[in-house]
Design a protein around this ligand. Structure first.
Ligand code: 4AD
Ligand code: MG
Length: 477
């Protein structure tokens, strides 16, 4: 007999039919009620066993975490809390889970504890809900781009270029670390390495995506990226997923329009398709925040917040305007910020970004036209000679969620910038070629996928929205 998912069974279409279902035991109450879950939905199906009909040995093995095959009749439920249940005819324990050692018992576990059990934490309601929302979001991303004429490009993971010029890369090498081949001057000889040159894990697919945009028009990448920055925060991972659209002939305004429309659309998709999980996550957040002082609680409940973002315009503000606001704001004057803003040109820290979004504007903000000095080499220089066509999107509770720009399309200006920064032109020969052959205005941005999942699920730590987080000193699993 064909098995059915619990989600299908709970829709109630098969009442009075014999059904087979597979899943893991959430709880087993009174030797009679099994709450079974298979991951297809947050909800469990109740399986009612007549314990008189089953061996004690078998019943004993039905404990939290055990994998079961259950066959029985789907009936309308007598009890409260569910519409249908299974009157069990047969139970097979496919794999037991010793209650003495199975860590995910039916009680409240801290998120920190569950992080250490990342291979099992998906069996909890919180993590299954988060990971279903994560999956829906990635589908929505592909759907958005497909419906808007973009091509999906797979940019390389191993690369010879530093896209951000920030030097925060993980080396990829097959050389013997203890005894590497040396050049005549005593340096490691990367000519002897696997690729015959120094290579790293990519920090961004942007540069390669630019090449593709200059032929296919509208492209995007969506893949893992790696940063060896030693930031132990609730917003940083060493391995994270980034969505990077790149569009030929788009200027910065078009880039801002695209980013805003894109984010609103994927959030709407989740609002439409993940109601159950979002409602659960909303309640989880409310419960968690009960123990916090009023001032630290979210102003809006999760679903209301998502609707607000989906339905309201993002505020667009220049860096220069933002600096004026920050210079004159209370926390700056009273020296409440860790980094005091006293002059134009200062890099914004997350405390400043969050002040702008959460206190001043109280909505998502797109900051643009940043000082050239604090941004990457590839951004287009403005006529003023000191700012670049950069944009960051700042989100409440998250800070920076998107970083992007219009790209420098003029060969001479780009070369000048590269040499000022001391980057070796030879490394970027192919990138410069794009400015020699059919160059044109083009723009793109990168959205940190986990930051979007954080925002959408209301979770507080980025380690809890990716299956197996990689952070400094941690690469377990
Ligand atoms: O602002 P970033 O560094 O921009 C780029 O990499 C550009 N090349 C993107 C482009 O224009 N195609 O990173 C983009 C986004 C950030 O806004 C943030 O959301 C996320 O990536 N991000 C991280 N997310 C998690 N952990 C980290 N360590 C992150 N670093 C950046
Ligand atoms: Mg950035």
């Amino acid at each position: 007999m064909k098995s059915q998912s619990i989600q299908e069974l709970l829709s109630g279409k098969n009442v009075l039919q014999e059904v087979t279902v597979f899943g893991w035991v959430k709880t087993f109450r009174s030797n009679r009620f099994i709450a079974l879950n298979d991951g297809s939905t947050l909800n469990n199906i109740q399986c009612v066993v007549n314990f008189e009909d089953f061996e004690d040995e078998l019943l004993k093995q039905i404990s939290t975490g055990a994998a079961l095959k259950v066959t029985g009749t789907l009936v309308e439920s007598q009890g409260k809390g569910q519409s249908v249940e299974i009157q069990v005819k047969n139970v097979e324990v496919l794999g037991s889970a010793d209650p003495e050692t199975y860590p995910i018992q039916p009680k409240k576990h801290s998120l920190e504890f569950l992080r250490e059990k990342a291979h099992l934490r998906i069996r909890t309601n919180t993590f299954s809900a988060v990971m279903r929302v994560r999956s829906a979001l990635s589908f929505a991303i592909h759907q958005y781009f497909r419906e808007n004429g973009f091509y999906y490009v797979h940019t390389p993971i191993v690369t010879g270029s530093d896209a951000e010029g920030a030097g925060e890369m993980f080396r990829v090498s097959t050389l013997d670390a203890k005894n590497p081949p040396l050049t005549e001057t005593g340096e490691v000889d990367y000519k002897e390495d696997f690729f015959g040159k120094e290579t790293n894990l990519t920090v961004s697919g942007q540069l390669e995506a630019e090449a593709y945009a200059m032929a296919l028009g509208k492209v995007y990448t969506f893949g893992p990226t790696f940063r060896a920055e030693n930031s132990n925060t609730s917003r940083h991972l060493a391995e994270f997923w980034m969505v990077e659209p790149e569009v030929a002939f788009n200027d910065l305004d078009a880039n801002m329009d695209l980013s805003e429309d894109f984010i609103k659309n994927v959030i709407k998709y989740v609002l439409e398709h993940c109601q159950e999980d979002l409602q659960f996550l909303e309640q989880r957040l409310l419960d968690e925040e009960k123990s916090k002082p009023q001032a630290e609680r979210s102003e809006m409940a999760l679903i209301e917040k998502l609707k607000f973002v989906a339905e309201n315009n993002f505020k667009r503000v220049t860096y220069t305007e933002a600096i004026d606001i920050l210079k004159n704001c209370k926390p700056n004057k009273k020296k409440k910020f860790k980094y005091i803003i006293d002059e134009w040109g200062a890099d914004l820290q997350s405390e400043h970004e969050r002040y702008l979004v959460e206190k001043h504007f109280q909505c998502p903000v797109i900051l643009f036209d940043y000082p050239a000095k604090i941004k990457a080499f590839y951004m287009r220089l403005n006529e003023d000679g000191k700012t670049v066509r950069a944009m960051d999107i700042l989100f409440p509770g998250i800070g920076e969620i998107v970083g992007g720009s219009q790209r420098e399309e003029r060969l001479d200006v780009l070369k000048q910038k590269i040499s000022e920064l001391g980057i070796d032109e030879k490394e970027l020969w192919w990138y410069l070629d794009l400015r020699k052959f059919g160059t044109a205005v083009h723009s793109g941005f990168g959205l940190g996928f986990e930051r979007l999942v954080l925002f959408t699920t209301g979770m507080g730590n980025i380690r809890d929205v990716i299956p197996f987080p990689r952070t400094p000193q941690n690469a377990e699993f």
